[in-house]
Design a protein around this ligand. Sequence first.
Ligand code: CDP
Length: 224
Amino acid sequence: MNKKINIAIDGYSSCGKGTLAKELAQALGYVFIDSGAMYRAVTLHMMRLGVDVADEAAVERALEGVEVGFLNKGDQPAEVTLNGISVESEIRTIEVASKVSEVAKIDAVRTKMVALQQAIGLQKGVVMDGRDIGTVVFPDAELKIFMTASAAVRAQRRFAELIAKGDDVTLEEIASNLAHRDQIDANRENSPLTLTGDYRVLDNSELSREAQFSMALDWVNQAL
Ligand code: CDP
């Protein structure tokens, strides 16, 4: 089958978008792009420079020194780079998570990241996950999936992930970070997370990885 499509996966924080997106990309031989990693990389840059992320003008000025890209890892998912250097593990901390939604709501930040994302999508055969992929980045995506899961399940999953890495976090801290980000992401003025009628909804609170994958693959086959 030669036709290639773009697949948009949007949804709340930590509901398994990345896991599904990676699995689909691998099965289809598509490119996987984690758009959240790009906002996290911008946030890391601001933190390293000591920029107050509540100061939009300061963020906008510092944004000039930011080059976000991806490092191709062959058959492994690409790693996000900040000014040419992989920051894949540095961006997955609670400190970055506590600031990223403030940074991601700034117009100049979104304009710069969306332009990069759209350029990547031109080639087709891209699975991208985020908050505004189906609404703003690829409004013409042939398949749009909106993922969700209960707040308790999402917090537990992210907590387990960070603990396994050796991070010093509590379940309460994670749950409150997820709720805080969801609140900002769904209510900001610029491209809020919104469930429109174009999406297929996938609630994976009680679905195994295999079950969610096969459901999504059926949708892909219908879209092809
Ligand atoms: O993996 P997790 O669900 O924790 O979040 P992420 O995908 O890494 O995204 C981190 C943050 O980036 C989100 O909470 C949003 O504030 C922002 N983001 C966004 O605004 N637009 C996107 N397309 C992707 C992420």
